[in-house]
Design a protein around this ligand. Structure first.
Ligand code: BF8
Ligand code: SF4
Length: 672
């Protein structure tokens, strides 16, 4: 049992409804989307907000995770407490079925993140071999640091030689057969976690191997033991962390380490006078080149009567480009269709993940061209341009030409763009945060953060992550939890569609600090600003650390804090929240964060309630073994209260242990 004060003294969620207003299709709080929905009222376009309503009520067997479709003797459902209806046809119990379903989500998430990482490896490999003329190695400094962490030789070697070694080690991490830990994972975790993963036998040796193994482990008639299955899932989730870490680090090496940058967000960034191209999905390998190509073709836009080319981002491709290039963020996942409904989007270029197939259906009512670019991602009716790093600029030019041509077909009567747009400051890689802290303490930058927590100025750190899930209103949980945390002096970093929500709402701007931060957080940020006069951008209320793969940056920060404090991660006042989790990737991320020793709040319940045993493993036993645990709570304010409790408990205990260690000149106690 997690031993911090649980408001209900159980690990159960509150009785708040799991789906709010199930008959209302006005399922958003995003002001831009609300304006859009009003503007298009008479168009009778079906969107995701309508389809959520059409799916209600959703199947309770599925919701609780007690439906099994793993073999075609099924589907089997657990219908009764006892008797033959309490098991599947093969005799599988609820706990077997729930745990199998859960870890298969993790396998899906891990495969997704790792596919993303593999694309980066392929691009870096092509760069090393001279087959990717349009790419460069933008951050040799990051490459050197990464290579050193990985134990690779760097002295007197060319950057490309070093990159070659890094890429080879990355490829080896995907397919290793020897019983050695994943090199990328092993390179950045704490000694305490390394030992924990060895003792619990969950240190993965290969990313592809971990995914295959868990699918094999959960095939019909293999593992029936829920504990063994869950531990298999934890191993897979750690492979997901490794994949994410490869994705983040290689993106930084090739496209640059993000630095504070100003931009704007929400649908109002779509410009009626320009050729608008949305880049949507997750992979920066193509979208970075699209941005470069667009910058070079502004004149062509003028030839078709536009003022220029305006690239806007959606979802995590949007986050990647916002972080590095300052590209506007048009919207986040649940409202992706809205970008097309503005009638001013000329092309939507998509790569992988979180792309609704419905974007094509909607695009067919407009002039917008949807273009898919990856072999594993096509949509019937959409155009496909197979993207290849070797011909990147050429491919990107084709995409731009499609958009220029589409611009000519625009119907001005269909244009309705909500004016909503907000200024923001993004680009906070760990390196950027360190540099900001270093102006107060050059020797130990991270101590600026940990000292502020130990002194009580800050309550701790929260990583806000995850998607939109329309069981509740879009962005409502992200925004309400954030407001509660910052009011209580929590230093907040954000990724993915959570970061997207804050950007769209104007909460990622320095102006929001005065409006929402508690006194402690405000004075902390003011001190940082005072020490960083070079930062003309000012500091935001919440720090954008990137796309979903960049949750690895959040983990990197937690590790840096643990090292600074001389403890392992379960003692660090650091929590994670995915208020509107939806994707399998979010389940994989949440699971590795728990395994790394962090409390993880999830605002939309994964299907685990069909087995008390599995529910207990994830919310309680996990804490005993790893020091982290899931907190399932759909009501945002109660979720925030539970996160604050978890932080308070950690800070209180850490302070006592630190004081005791000082008094007796001993090491800080490591127990949690
Ligand atoms: O990887 S937060 S809805 S866009 S899965 Fe998808 Fe979720 Fe958004 Fe990015 Ni992440
Ligand atoms: Fe049913 Fe067992 Fe097949 Fe699952 S594996 S569908 S419980 S028979």
């Amino acid at each position: 049992m997690p031993r911090y004060r649980d408001l209900t003294h159980t690990a159960q969620p509150s009785s708040a409804p799991r789906v709010v207003e199930p008959k209302s299709s006005l399922r958003t709080t995003d002001p831009g989307v609300l304006q859009m929905l009003t503007m298009i009222q008479d168009r009778k376009t079906e969107t995701v907000y309508d389809r959520v309503v059409a799916q209600q009520p959703q199947c309770t067997f599925g919701y609780n995770g007690i439906c099994c479709r793993i073999c075609i003797a099924g589907p089997c459902r657990i219908k009764k407490e006892d008797g033959p209806g309490s098991r599947g046809i093969c005799g599988a119990s609820a706990y077997t079925i729930v745990s199998r379903n859960l870890v298969r989500y993790i396998a899906g998430g891990t495969a997704s993140h790792s596919e993303h990482a593999r694309q980066l490896l392929h691009a870096a490999h092509a760069l090393v071999e001279g087959r990717a003329p349009d790419y460069e190695l933008k951050s040799p400094a990051k490459l050197l640091k990464l290579a050193e962490k990985l134990g690779l030789g760097t002295l007197g070697r060319e950057d490309k030689e070093i990159l070659q070694d890094v890429v080879e080690l990355g490829y080896a991490d995907f397919g290793r057969y020897q019983d050695r830990p994943l090199a990328f994972l092993d390179s950045f975790i704490t000694e305490g976690r390394r030992r924990k993963f060895q003792h619990t036998n969950i240190m993965p040796r290969a990313i592809d191997g971990a995914v295959t193994e868990i699918i094999a482990q959960t095939a019909m008639g293999v593992d029936a033991d829920p504990v063994n299955i869950i531990f298999g899932g934890l191993k897979t989730a750690l492979a997901d962390l490794a994949g994410s870490y490869i994705g983040t680090t290689l993106s930084d090496v090739m496209f640059g380490i993000p630095e504070p940058i100003v931009s704007e967000a929400n649908l109002g960034v779509i410009n009626p006078k320009m050729v608008n191209i949305a880049v949507h999905g997750h992979n920066p390998v193509l979208s970075e080149i699209v941005v470069a190509a667009a910058r070079a073709r502004q004149d062509d836009a003028r030839k078709v009567g536009a003022e220029g080319i305006n690239i806007v981002g959606i979802c995590c491709t949007g986050n990647e480009l916002l972080m590095r290039e300052g590209v506007y963020l048009a919207t986040s996942s649940a409202s992706q269709e809205m970008a097309i409904l503005t009638g001013a989007l000329d092309a939507m270029v998509v790569d992988i993940q979180c792309i609704y197939p419905s974007v094509q259906t909607i695009a067919e009512c407009y002039h917008t061209k949807v273009v898919t670019t990856e072999l594993i991602m096509k949509i019937p009716g959409a155009q496909h341009i197979a993207f290849n790093p070797a011909t990147a600029l050429h491919d990107a030019q084709k995409l731009i030409s499609i958009a220029l041509e589409a611009y000519r077909q625009r119907d001005p009567r269909k244009i309705s763009i909500p004016p909503e747009r907000h200024k923001l400051v993004a680009g906070f890689s760990l390196e950027a945060l360190r540099a900001i802290f270093a102006n107060l303490c050059p020797e130990r930058p991270i101590s600026v953060l940990t000292e502020a927590i130990l002194s009580g100025q800050l309550k701790g750190v929260a990583l806000m992550a995850g998607c939109n899930n329309l069981k509740r209103l879009q962005d409502e949980s992200h925004v309400n939890i954030l407001k509660e945390l910052v009011k209580n002096d929590v230093f907040v970093i954000a990724t993915g569609c959570s970061a997207g929500a804050y950007a769209k709402f104007g909460l990622m701007s320095p102006l929001a600090v005065d409006a929402y931060a508690g006194a402690g957080l405000k004075s902390f940020l003011n001190t940082l600003e005072g020490a960083n006069p070079q930062l003309s951008t000012g500091l935001p209320l919440v720090f954008h650390v990137g796309a979903c793969v960049d949750n690895s940056r959040g983990m990197d920060l937690a590790i840096a804090m643990a090292n600074e404090l001389g403890v392992d991660i379960p003692k660090v006042p650091f929590v994670v929240s995915a208020p509107e989790a939806m994707h399998e990737k979010a389940i994989a991320i949440g699971t590795w964060a728990v395994t790394m020793g962090l409390p993880v709040h999830v605002g939309s319940l994964p299907p685990v309630e069909g087995s008390d045993l599995v529910y207990g493993l994830t919310t309680q036993i996990a804490h005993d073994v790893f020091g982290g645990n899931f907190i399932f709570e759909v009501e945002p304010l109660i979720g925030a209260a539970k996160l604050l409790d978890a932080l308070e408990y950690r800070t209180w205990k850490l302070n006592i242990h630190q004081m005791t260690a000082e008094k007796h000149s001993t090491k800080v106690a490591q127990g949690w």
